[in-house]
Design a protein around this ligand. Structure first.
Ligand code: NIG
Ligand code: FE
Length: 397
């Protein structure tokens, strides 16, 4: 039997009660068998002994919203935005999502795997153990399925758990610009039935210039029939009704929510729809942050994610996301850490993650600092000294 015994933990965040100082975690195979005080620690019994030398231990990060499988380079758009052009203007002039779609369609499956896997390795090295990956840069049947296959393969070949989301309704592709309904028919009648075997969820970008609430309802209802629960890009650039739709349909999550209102918050909380906030996108776009504290106080399950994508948020570090959530959005350090771990796990329907207790999956990060408050406090330092996923070393300094 393989196992680990982590001793000398200076500060253990379990999310199953108060933090514990002088703590021990025992892992057998893929599972935690003890997480608690040193005084009641089990014996070594053949487990590999790891002295954490006073470092903090936290649940592994759960990054519940990414678009990380893509090809191409949009750093020119970042520079254009810095000199005053808006994200919407750049998209309308042929850049934006559609520019990544052209580059992604031209890439091979192997190239896309290599590009995506390199980004995921950066995430693993910074403490991430579970993540969600969306398609959405193919916008035709062949390429959307290729992106989902690549996402699944990342979860099979790298030490990370991957949940996949079909996002064919990310934008209307150029060849359907004069036939929006034709594209939506393609999404509902051909793409969703084929994607259902490769995806856990279906997402729609509800926004002016993307999809309307009515169009999104059609798509999400078709997805539900095929067993895919909804996730919704909602209220990102303007208030458009995506959050209310997510609540109406009982989606798994409503994401972004920069322009969400108190009414949206109570509808989402009542419907049990998790809220996935992505402060890196608002930061890169230099727009206002989502009302994280308001959503939290309204009773929403709040998750934090990188939104890793080439347009609005090319970042891989959940540590930086936590820092932005604390400094720019106003969550407390404890709330942000919970949202980046347990909140993400609940959002992805994985209740055995994001919490360190007996019987939970052994996914955790050893932080090279005495407390996890150092994560937001030292945003440019990767403090993940080691990442353990499913009881195995995924990364070790
Ligand atoms: O989450 N909002 C839509 N999708 C991405 C951006 C996609 C892109 O610009 O390539 C987002 O911000
Ligand atoms: Fe997104």
């Amino acid at each position: 039997m393989s196992g680990l015994l982590l001793t000398g933990i200076g500060h253990l965040t379990t999310h199953d009660g108060d933090p514990i100082t002088d703590a021990v975690v025992a892992i057998d195979e893929t599972t935690i068998t003890y997480a608690g005080s040193e005084s009641d620690s089990p014996a070594q019994e053949g487990r590999e002994l790891v002295d954490c030398e006073g470092r903090a231990v936290i649940p592994g990060f759960v990054d519940a919203h990414t678009h990380l499988v893509f090809a191409g380079d949009r750093s020119d758009e970042f520079a254009r935005r810095l000199s005053g052009e808006s994200y919407a203007d750049i998209a309308a002039s042929g850049g934006g999502i559609l520019s990544t779609v052209s580059a992604t369609r031209a890439a091979s499956e192997e190239q896309l795997f290599d590009l995506g896997a390199a980004r995921v390795w950066n995430m693993i090295r910074s403490g991430t153990t579970t993540l969600e990956i969306k398609s959405g840069y193919g916008l035709d049947l062949t390429t959307e399925l290729r992106l989902l296959r690549v996402a699944r393969r990342i979860g099979e070949e790298l030490p990370v758990t991957v949940r996949t989301t079909f996002l064919g309704a990310h934008s209307v592709p150029v060849e359907f610009r004069s036939d929006r309904d034709g594209y939506i028919d393609l999404v509902t009648d051909e793409m969703i039935p084929a994607a259902a075997a490769l995806a856990d969820y279906c997402d729609v970008f509800v926004e002016q210039g993307a999809f309307s609430v009515e169009e999104a309802r059609r798509i999400l209802e078709a997805a539900k029939v095929k067993g895919l629960q909804g996730r919704v890009h909602a209220e990102q650039l303007s208030h458009g009704g995506g959050a209310a739709l997510a609540a109406e349909l009982g989606a798994a999550s409503a994401d972004h929510l920069d322009h969400a209102t108190e009414e949206d918050a109570s509808a989402l909380a009542d419907a049990g729809v998790t809220t996935v906030l992505v402060p890196g996108a608002s930061y890169s776009l230099r727009s206002s942050q989502a009302p994280g504290p308001m959503l939290w106080d309204a009773g929403c399950i709040v998750a934090l994610a990188t939104d890793c994508n080439p347009g609005t948020s090319y970042l891989e570090s959940m540590g930086l996301v936590i820092s932005l959530a604390v400094v720019e959005m106003g969550l407390s350090a404890n709330q942000a850490l919970w949202a980046a771990t347990r909140g993400g796990a609940l959002s992805l329907g994985l209740p055995d993650r994001g919490l360190l207790a007996r019987g939970q999956m052994a996914d955790l990060a050893i932080i090279d600092a005495p407390t996890p408050t150092h994560i937001p406090y030292r945003p440019a330092t990767n403090l993940a000294w080691a990442t353990i996923q499913g009881g195995e070393w995924a990364h070790r300094s």
